[in-house]
Design a protein. Structure first.
Length: 400
């Protein structure tokens, strides 16, 4: 029986794509031990894995004085903090293979220390010497930054970590993301990934996103959805305290013939917006998959999960990104003519309405979205990821 150690960061967008995979691995007779923070214990155990908690600088820094900062880079700080918590526990598991998230440097260090074969997974973009999402983000922002701008304390911190745990040769900062394992699983279709041809098919497996099949329960009034396609606007869970953007949505599309559905988020009181126009449904929690099936155009911040769910439903987008990764996604969406990107700092009622009307008046946007929908319908992310993991596991056993 194969035994896998999964190393995941405390982020739902990085944990959720692995759940069906570990459930399938366990169903096939494998044993899975999963390292993450306590808040994910329930869903990981429900998938059949043995859960092992760790404390994270992302969550404990405010309350744990031992969560000191070793450098100005959060990935290295997390490595310093998490690695000593789990290294001996992991050693006692006598695992056959480590599967780690790209941003879990400590997972890679664990594989190096325990001399175990490793698999890396990426929930968004892969990187190599030809592509990083920062280059696409810079294209969207029309700015240039050096590809790698690293403070001296970051380099020294990484060197200190490698020296402390006798990891040789010492890993450079540039190598953190450019490093490729013999197997690298990318939860994105090749057709969407920029410069996909520069990633060799032997090591990089673009299995596509494990799209959810059903929504979490909400009290959203689904029966009030219009019979006509709606405009659906959401800022995601990260930016759901920015009330000003909601005003732009309402002023752009309130009191119009087409229905507007707005995901408000849990932190804004809907009463602050006063009486709503009759064509508006504004709600804290939206059953996104259900609403997307009724959607004409999706206005989104460009998070990868929402982007893939929109494309899985053939819905073109207006994207107003905030983070670097979202800016890269916005640029890619516009590049493939799957939608239009807007700088959130300059978004107005006029620019938003113009973007929506441009998409509505040009059938190529919807046609391209439906082509991508067809590609996503052909992917079998979970089955393909499991097949690659088990085949790699058998190959490593054959060579030991």
């Amino acid at each position: 029986m194969k035994k896998y150690l999964f190393c995941a960061p405390p982020r739902y967008g990085h944990v959720n794509p692995t759940l069906a995979i570990i459930k399938t691995l366990v169903a096939q007779g494998a044993e899975v031990v999963y390292f993450c923070t306590e808040m994910f214990a329930g869903i990981v155990q429900s998938a059949g894995a043995t859960f092992r908690p760790y404390l994270s600088t992302n969550l404990e820094l405010a309350t744990d004085p031992t969560a000191s900062l070793e450098s100005s880079d959060p990935i290295i700080n997390e490595c310093f903090y998490v690695f000593p918590q789990i290294v001996e526990l992991a050693r006692l598991e006598h695992a056959d293979c480590i599967v780690y998230d790209e941003i879990c440097l400590w997972g890679r260090m664990l594989a190096e220390t325990l001399h175990l074969p490793a698999i890396k997974y990426m929930t968004t973009y892969a990187r190599n010497e030809h592509f990083s999402y920062q280059t696409y983000a810079n294209k969207f922002r029309n700015m240039y930054f050096p590809a790698t701008l690293v403070a001296s304390d970051v380099r020294k911190g990484l060197e200190r970590f490698c020296a402390t745990y006798n990891i040789t040769p010492s890993i450079t900062y540039e190598n953190i993301f450019l490093h490729a394992e013999p197997l690298n699983i990318v939860f994105m279709p090749r057709a969407f990934h920029p410069l996909e041809e520069t990633f060799d098919q032997e090591r990089f497996k673009f299995v596509g996103p494990p799209i959810r099949t059903e929504d979490s329960p909400t009290n959203f009034p689904v029966d009030k959805l219009s019979n006509q396609p709606v405009i659906y606007a959401s800022r995601g869970t990260v930016y759901n305290t920015i009330a000003g953007i909601i005003d732009i949505f309402l002023n752009a599309f309130g009191h119009r013939e087409q229905q507007l559905v707005v995901a408000l988020g849990p932190h804004i009181d809907p009463r602050v917006f006063g009486p709503l126009p009759e064509n508006v449904l504004l709600h804290a929690q939206i059953p996104q998959l259900t609403v997307l099936r009724h959607t004409d155009i999706f206005i989104t911040h460009g998070g990868m999960n929402s982007t893939m769910e929109a494309l899985a439903n053939g819905v073109p987008m207006v994207v107003f990104p905030h983070s670097g990764e979202e800016s890269a996604t916005a640029y890619r969406i516009q590049e493939l003519k799957l939608g239009i990107a807007i700088d959130h700092n300059s978004m107005t009622v006029h620019t938003l309405r113009t973007a929506v009307e441009t998409i509505q008046n040009d059938p190529e946007y919807r046609l391209n979205a439906r082509r991508m929908q067809h590609i996503l319908q052909q992917t079998t992310a979970v089955q393909d990821a499991v097949q690659e993991i088990t085949a790699y596991g058998q190959k490593t056993v054959a060579h030991t």
